[in-house]
Design a protein around this ligand. Structure first.
Ligand SMILES: NC(=O)c1ccc[n+]([C@@H]2O[C@H](COP(=O)([O-])OP(=O)(O)OC[C@H]3O[C@@H](n4cnc5c(N)ncnc54)[C@H](O)[C@@H]3O)[C@@H](O)[C@H]2O)c1
Length: 393
């Protein structure tokens, strides 16, 4: 058994730490947030991830996992800290990764394994290794879990295991074999970094294509969803669904990490970012046009999260739409069964009440709960529905 220290107890680090503890390793989860550390030690994750609180109660209860604000000496360090976008430079902000490197440096003997799970630009894992003593094995094992299915996907997904050298990849693969039932495919660190970024850039480019088709359809008077459904009858065509924009902290962010390596070559990737970033403003323009038909229009926005059936509002295009409508001076009600805080000035309401009190309804997120809404509620309302909820999309 290896003593493991997991740095960053968020959506990635906490379930990983818990699964390693369940597999029998003594695990310390370290986070800089003292309230989070106290909560985890009390057996609660603090976010909605099915099965995670039960797993935590078990591994905290058995003593296999404990949380701390302090880094501890360990055989394996796993780094799962945030790597946000520095929006001004459109480059990765790696400060949390370097903070962890500095925190563990005095603890290292020189024969440990250090695994970087955070999403990073190509070359970061090698740069991390250069900051650590020779002899420390360093690998990048990127994460591809879907929030809400983390415990299932952590176990079942295939993982790319990129070592700074082959020995590091081998050691990291042996570690993850403790709980991963998917394939662990060993490669070098740069390839693993690029693969992770390419996955999310691929999603972004394909969503941009769907959004661009929807914009063209609107200009020429064609029903975009119908057109896409018909195009997808071609055996080799699979156009995604258009929406209100692209949100979350991965898909709108990671393409920039890829582009920063070679901006001149990342033409399509940067264009896709521009296309998707422009979508919320198109939605706002449609709502404004609908509002123009009323003397004192009241607006209801359905959905605030960045995608269906999650509570996460990070980079959410729905938030951008609501903020723009508030800035226009419209009274805006927001309904989202997963969200308890709305932008300043908006009022959080039950969906049926919000619709009933509105002249214009903007459907921004197709939460499953909204599908059960009685279609009669929308009668007589001006409905802007970029996500196709009412069309069954
Ligand atoms: N959430 C996902 O679905 C997902 C999927 C794939 C990849 N990723 C990547 O995984 C990484 C972590 O993402 P997340 O969603 O778990 O983030 P998160 O925000 O949920 O959690 C990160 C945690 O790290 C802690 N932290 C910040 N700085 C720290 C430091 N210096 N030392 C120790 N702890 C620190 C924070 O307090 C927080 O609890 C990011 O690079 C992200 O891009 C996330």
């Amino acid at each position: 058994m290896s003593r493991i220290c997991v740095h960053g107890l968020g959506h990635v680090g906490l379930p990983t730490a818990a699964l390693l503890a369940l597999a029998g390793h003594p695990v310390t989860g370290r986070d800089i947030a003292p309230d989070l550390v106290a909560r985890v030690n009390a057996g609660a994750s603090g976010f909605a991830e099915p099965g995670l609180d039960a797993l935590l109660a078990r591994v905290i209860g058995s003593g296999a996992l404990r949380a701390s604000t302090q880094a501890v000496p360990a055989d394996v360090h796993i780094i799962a800290v945030p790597t946000p976008l520095d929006a001004a430079r459109r480059q990765a902000d790696l400060s949390a990764v370097w903070q962890v490197a500095a925190a563990i440096l005095p603890l290292l003997r020189g024969d440990e394994l250090v695994v970087l799970e955070s999403t990073v630009p190509v070359g970061t894992t090698e740069a991390l290794a250069a900051r650590l003593p020779a002899g420390v094995a360093v690998a990048h094992v990127p994460e591809r879990v879907l929030p809400g299915r983390a415990l299932t996907e952590l176990v079942q997904n295939d993982r790319v295991v990129g070592g700074v050298d082959a020995a590091a990849a081998g050691r990291a693969a042996a570690l993850y074999r403790a709980f991963v039932r998917g394939q662990l495919v060993e490669t070098d660190a740069r390839t693993a970094e690029l693969v992770k970024l390419a996955e999310n850039a691929h999603r972004d480019v394909n969503i941009a294509f769907a959004n661009e088709i929807a914009a063209i359809c609107a200009r020429v008077g064609v029903d975009a969803r119908r057109a896409i459904a018909l195009a997808n009858r071609h055996p080799r065509v699979e156009i995604l669904s258009p929406g209100a924009g692209v949100g979350g902290h991965c898909i709108p962010v990671d393409p920039w990490f890829l582009a920063q390596a070679a901006p001149d070559d990342a033409v399509l990737i940067r264009a896709a970012r521009a296309v998707n970033d422009a979508v919320p403003q198109r939605v706002v323009a449609r709502v404004r046009a609908a509002c123009a038909r009323y003397a004192a229009p009241r607006v209801a926005c359905l959905g605030l999260a960045y995608k269906p059936d999650v509570e996460d509002v990070r980079e959410s295009p729905a938030v951008a739409v609501v903020q723009a409508l508030l800035a226009d001076g419209f009274p805006v009600s927001v309904s989202d069964p997963f969200v308890s805080e709305v932008p300043n000035g908006a009022v959080l309401r039950d969906a049926a009440e919000a619709i009933a009190a509105a002249d214009v309804v903007a459907v921004l997120v197709p939460h499953t709960a909204f599908r059960a809404l009685d279609a009669r509620l929308f009668r007589g309302k001006a409905v802007v529905d970029p996500v196709g909820l009412l069309a069954g999309g």
